[in-house]
Design a protein around this ligand. Structure first.
Ligand code: GDP
Length: 477
């Protein structure tokens, strides 16, 4: 991972010029916008006397911890599934129906509590965890924050309605994340349900289900009549098996916050999906800019439990404050360490807030050239469908052997927060043709340093992208 001198300076809360000076002294003349590699960055951090603090994989700070687990420590873990699809196609109903397949009942006839995630144990004894945050925005927002919680996406498509705009959005978000998908063709009980029409429509979006000769699994279900659920869970487990999902349960726990709130009686609460290790009562942890000591762990059936292993969602009590969803929880050795890291992160968060500026197209190209990245990711929004198609096709033609334009998503209408989240998670530029970003999207773009480019002439748009690509890739000889 390369980083510019200026970015590093921001993270260290130092002046960029001082870093340049230090690099010069170390025999590495450079400028603020130049990229430096991790070793050099680490050297600088040490030089400036910062304690290297990286307590989780997702910490961008350069560091020494958060290393991968050795193979021999890895044990199989249950898959984590997110359900996505168009509004009213049955995401919530399917989640509820799947929850009903759980053979382990909670107390008092199975009182379940809402906490943003739950785990079912099937008749076979296999477990599957579900994230109860349907919608591609939450999914991509987490990814943008470096927390990939989902292993498998179940895409729900109503058999009587077919592919709709949000289905396409979900498909594009899932593709950009590189997460495997299983298609659940829902509402098969309804008159006018036509599963084959859904399969055919999916082809237009490059999703080939098995019956169409592809490798995406699909299953016909009815969330209402509870049919096809066993087949769906079987396919989820099959996909999980192919993926060989594993984690080390015997280490200090690390997890992702999927939901957090302030409870009147119980204080700050966070639902944490354990990624690796085992979380236990009494553990001391940092989570985002907060820290705490596990006072109690509560499962999705409202029961207090002693520990939670990989892929298990659990409610954690004992936090100093309310973290954000997408924050990483990491258990640390002691309270002093927890406070130190939380303080440091608070400082970093403050500096970031005051220095984040949208990246320019030029600096994006500079970054690409330095990192020798071969892709130029874009999100395209336009006022009419015809323009979207024309732009996407023209952009695709700009791809060369050295650099490929990759259209993550294209659509009609104003640039929304969802577009910005997707662009941010993938380091993409957003191109608006005769459309603009709404206020929320503009704010999000600014905060996330996502470049927004507006055009009203296709020729200008193509020309600018082309010039940027050619210029930064160097002249041809
Ligand atoms: P969501 O917006 O995707 O979460 O969709 P919901 O789960 O809220 O479902 C939307 C509507 O479709 C509700 O009225 C459900 O009762 C209905 N619905 C969901 N699944 C089925 C199904 O399998 N068959 C039928 N007939 N209706 C369903």
């Amino acid at each position: 991972e390369a980083i510019t001198v200026q970015e590093l300076a921001n993270r260290m809360a130092e002046r960029g010029a001082d870093l340049v000076k230090a690099l010069f002294k170390m025999g590495m003349p450079t400028t603020m916008n130049e990229f430096i590699d991790q070793d050099t960055a680490e050297l600088l951090v040490t030089e400036f006397g910062h304690i290297i603090k990286r307590v989780s994989d997702s910490d961008v700070e350069i560091g020494i911890e958060g290393e991968a687990d050795a193979d021999e420590h890895l044990k199989p873990r249950p898959p984590v599934v997110t359900i996505m699809g168009h509004v009213d196609h049955g995401k919530t109903s399917l989640l509820d129906a799947l929850r009903g397949t759980d053979v382990v009942k909670g107390e008092a006839g199975g009182i379940t509590q809402h906490m943003g995630a739950y785990q079912v144990t099937l008749k076979s004894g296999d477990k599957i965890s579900f994230l109860d945050t349907p919608g591609h925005e939450a999914f991509t927002e987490m990814r943008a924050r470096g927390a990939q919680a989902t292993d498998i996406v179940v895409l729900v498509v109503a058999a009587d309605d077919g592919i709709k705009p949000q289905t396409i959005e979900a498909i594009n978000h899932v593709k950009a994340a590189g997460v495997p998908m299983i298609v659940a063709i829902n509402k098969m009980d309804k008159n006018g349900a036509d599963a084959n029409r859904v399969r055919t429509e999916l082809l237009q979006h490059d999703i080939q289900v098995e019956e169409m000769g592809g490798d995406v699994q699909d299953v016909e279900v009815s969330a209402l009549k509870k049919t096809g659920l066993d087949e769906l869970t079987e396919k989820i487990l099959l996909q999980a098996e192919i993926m060989e999902l594993k984690a080390n349960p015997d280490r200090m726990a690390e997890g992702i916050v999927v939901e957090a709130k302030l409870d009147k009686g119980r204080g700050p609460l966070a639902t944490v999906l354990v990624k690796r290790g085992t979380l236990r009562a009494g553990d001391i942890f940092v989570v985002g800019v907060e820290w705490g000591k596990v006072r109690a762990l509560v499962n999705d059936k409202g029961q207090t439990i002693k520990e939670a292993g990989p892929s298990m969602p659990v409610e954690v009590l004992g936090l100093s404050g309310v973290p954000q969803s997408g924050d990483i929880l990491s258990v640390v050795e002691n309270e002093a360490r927890a406070r130190e890291v939380a303080d440091y992160r608070q400082q970093v968060a403050l500096t970031k807030r005051t220095t984040a500026a949208p990246a320019s197209l030029e600096s994006m190209f500079a970054g690409l050239a330095e990192k020798k990245a071969m892709e130029f990711p874009v999100v395209v929004k336009a006022d009419v469908h015809g323009s979207t198609e024309a732009i996407v096709s023209a952009l695709n033609k700009l791809s060369t052997d050295e650099i490929k334009v990759r259209v993550l998503h294209s659509g009609v209408g104003a640039i929304t927060e969802s577009d910005v989240t997707l662009a941010r998670a993938s380091g993409a530029v957003i191109i608006g043709f005769n459309v603009r970003a709404n206020a929320k999207a503009r704010e999000a773009a600014h905060a996330g340093a996502v470049p927004l480019k507006y055009y009203d002439i296709i020729y200008d748009l193509i020309d600018e992208v082309k010039a940027g690509m050619a210029g930064k890739l160097g002249p041809e000889y």
